[in-house]
Design a protein around this ligand. Structure first.
Ligand code: SF4
Length: 428
């Protein structure tokens, strides 16, 4: 069994989306009524492209290009703000992701915080998360983030081995990562998260554990362990032989690394996420609402999910950024998907089963009027096979958690699968 089929980060995958007509944000804004919503701003700029990256990001853009992008975000914010005002929408979480948000200069970062603050209603207890990378982490920018109230900084380290960083086409050195981490620590943010990758060609269990041991000397609050996927659009797919994930080797590394982190007092929340603090149950993530700003991020408003068309290569991403900059009416939703009740159920199950604390059958019944095991007999089979355990909640066992990227995709509906396959045949 190959444990690495697909990362079910969010169901359905963007490649299953398609053109939408006659849908306005105003028609679905009721999903954003009152407090407790997420806001995401996508910054699609990076210094260079990492070899494994198939995210929506472009390189080689100057400060003027970033300014033009932020001008469009401002117009989008103004239009969204007008609609959301009547819903008294209040955001409790704000994430700036990318791309590399700290690719922006100080003035541009200040502009973002000021614009969001001016146009939208933010909770007094707003949680603000910002992604960064070692080469872009400077004292000036961290000072600004601190003043802006950032509560969580997430840094992509990936490895402390120079050879592994080169294999991944990361442009920072292990030394640079350590300096950035010391600097980050000195600002005393409430939560520091570090990302690592396993399954890198040439990586061994020992070198992975050495990276994690080094990471722990910086006492991070959270760690993410990502298996290396080389998917369509990633540079390594075209340019290197032997860059394809070796599933057996990667799984051995996962087992050793997850066991090591648990032995060091970390709680395992999902296949990828480890936290030092005892985990509080996450909000009902199958139904959480999130509004995306900019180009490349996704919005989740009840059964309506929308974004710009899926793109991974520089030319298509650039075209979409230019198209985004000339949009007149950002409230006209042109691309995405409207989930049927069956798809909402699948999303609910996928989003809860493999994430602490698990799937609450009572909540599921209140929402859908049926039981998850009635709707998905596969869950009973997985329980018999030792991948799930019953208790107050239905949740993955240690064995099931490690196989989340293999079990989760089995819950994809035939319709979504066929849409994804069509996309793959056209562009993959
Ligand atoms: S992995 Fe992150 S930092 Fe690297 S190119 Fe992609 S978005 Fe940029």
């Amino acid at each position: 069994m190959n444990p690495y089929i697909q990362y079910m980060y969010s169901y359905p995958h963007k490649t299953a989306y398609g053109p939408l007509m006659g849908i306005s944000l105003a028609d679905y804004a009721h999903a954003l009524q009152g407090p407790g919503h997420g806001l995401y701003l996508h910054i699609p700029f990076c210094e260079t492209k990492c070899g494994y990256c198939n995210l929506f990001s472009v390189t080689g853009q100057d400060s003027g290009a970033v300014d033009r992008y932020l001008d469009a975000v401002d117009r989008q914010l103004a239009q969204y703000g007008e609609i959301l005002d009547s819903c008294k929408t209040e955001f409790s979480d704000f994430t700036i992701g990318g791309g590399t948000p700290l690719f922006l200069n100080r003035r541009q970062l200040e502009r973002i915080f000021a614009s969001v603050d001016k146009r939208l209603r933010l909770s007094e207890k707003l949680e603000t998360a910002v992604e960064t990378a070692p080469n872009q982490t400077t004292p000036e920018k961290l000072k600004l983030l601190k003043q802006a109230g950032a509560t969580r900084i997430s840094m992509g380290i990936q490895s402390f081995s120079q050879a592994e960083l080169q294999t991944l086409w990361r442009r920072h050195s292990p030394q640079k990562a350590k300096e950035a981490l010391w600097l980050l620590k000195s600002f005393d943010f409430p939560c520091i998260n570090l990302d690592f990758i396993y399954g890198i060609p040439g990586q061994t269990v020992d070198s992975l554990l050495a990276s994690l041991r080094e990471a722990l000397t910086f006492e991070p609050d959270e760690l993410f362990l990502y298996p290396l996927y080389i998917k369509h659009g990633a540079g390594l797919q075209k340019c290197r032989e032997g860059a394809v994930l070796d599933p057996d080797q990667a799984f051995r590394q996962y087992q050793e690394a997850s066991g090591f982190l648990r032995s060091q007092g970390f709680y395992q929340i999902s296949m990828r996420r480890f936290t030092r603090a005892y985990p509080h149950p996450a909000p009902d993530c199958g139904f959480s609402t999130s509004l995306a700003l900019g180009c490349g991020g996704r919005s989740y408003l009840g059964r309506l999910h929308f974004c710009s068309p899926y793109a991974t290569d520089q030319a298509t991403c650039l075209r979409q950024i230019h198209a985004f900059q000339s949009v007149r009416d950002f409230t006209d939703i042109e691309y995405g998907i409207l989930l049927s009740e069956d798809e909402e159920k699948r999303r609910y199950v996928i989003r809860h089963l493999f994430i602490y604390p698990g799937l609450d059958a009572k909540k599921y019944r209140r929402r859908f009027g049926s039981s998850p095991t009635e709707d998905f007999p596969l869950l009973e089979k997985w329980t018999r096979e030792g991948f799930l355990k019953e208790g107050p909640l239905l949740s993955a066992t240690e064995k099931g958690l490690g196989l989340a990227d293999c079990l989760g995709p089995q819950l994809i509906s035939p319709d979504i699968r066929s849409r994804m396959e069509k996309w793959e045949a056209l562009y993959g």
